[in-house]
Write a protein that binds this ligand. Structure first.
Ligand code: MG
Length: 291
């Protein structure tokens, strides 16, 4: 199933997207639940409860999609340097405060987080923070959404804890990422987490082998398969849940492939007027202007 969050006639809604992607059928939820997007539904399913019956279909082109999890339940877990070619590209860029000479490939997953308040939806503008940074970069990523929570989850069991997937653009201020060593600030500026266009359940999308692509103003920058991940989804869940209890609705952005702006010489930073488009097979497309 595909679950979308949206605004229709100034009211937030959450609904089931039809297979032909032409309609959305709203779930009966209270307004405060709708404001959380798909989260109350994922939590209900994790408790073994049935979904509320969806109501009368609305044409999808008459709603404005928002992020499917517009206020994540807590910080979004993210993985740094998780594709081989990107790890080499980033280590060689001069911006990688974690780089060790001769060791581009991390021995263990590098985990950082983005604050939930930086999430924006499809079509919302990525805002370049005037006077703070102009070294703003895109990172197309597959995001895993946890269904059943847990702690000490073994890799062999990890996929049973995946509810599904969405797309995240892990927008980054490269100078802040480098200068402050810990990445959270440069990754969490307002508007720096475009998410969408909806959630797709794991029975309809195989995140372990899908294609991640990114264009800036129609120019292809990134194009890689998630089979190239250094640490795959089961390993990421095993690592994260070893000491941290995972909850339904937790989000894990799995890392970005080669082709980010700082991989070019000179770097190709985002600038006002650009449009960033990320596509993942089995999910859809997420497009955001830059302002
Ligand atoms: Mg990233």
């Amino acid at each position: 199933m595909r679950i979308a969050a949206y605004i229709h006639q100034n009211q937030p809604g959450v609904g089931l997207v039809s297979a032909d992607l032409k309609e959305v059928r709203p779930f009966e939820l209270q307004a405060h639940q709708c404001a959380l997007g798909a989260l109350p539904l994922i939590e209900a399913m994790a408790r073994g409860e049935p979904l509320p019956a969806p109501g009368t279909a609305l044409p999808l082109d008459q709603v404005r999609l928002t992020a499917p999890l517009p206020r994540a339940r807590r910080n979004i877990f993210c993985v740094g340097k998780n594709y081989h070619a990107h790890a080499k590209e980033f280590a060689g860029s001069g911006f990688d405060s974690s780089a060790k000479s001769g060791g581009d490939i991390p021995a263990h997953p590098i985990i950082f987080t983005k604050v939930p308040e930086c999430v924006i939806g499809p079509g919302d503008a990525i805002v370049i923070p005037a006077g703070v940074s102009t070294a703003i970069d895109y990172e197309a990523e597959l995001a895993v959404v946890i269904g059943k929570g847990g702690k000490g989850i073994r890799a062999a069991d990890a996929m049973q804890h995946v509810w599904g997937y969405t797309i995240v653009n892990d927008v980054t201020s490269r100078d802040w990422q480098s200068r402050h060593q810990q990445w959270d600030m440069g990754k969490s500026f307002d508007t720096f987490c475009p998410m969408g266009p909806w959630l797709v359940s794991a029975d309809e999308c195989d995140g372990t082998r899908t294609q991640v692509r990114c264009w800036v103003n129609g120019e292809e920058r990134q194009n890689a398969s998630t089979t190239d991940l250094i640490f795959d989804i089961p390993k990421l869940i095993e690592t994260l849940s070893a000491g941290i209890t995972l909850y339904p609705g937790d989000i894990i952005a799995t890392g970005t492939p080669v082709g980010v702006g700082i991989g070019f010489s000179p770097p190709k930073y985002l600038k006002a007027g650009d449009v960033v488009r990320v596509e993942i097979d089995g999910i859809g497309a997420l497009e955001n202007p830059v302002r």
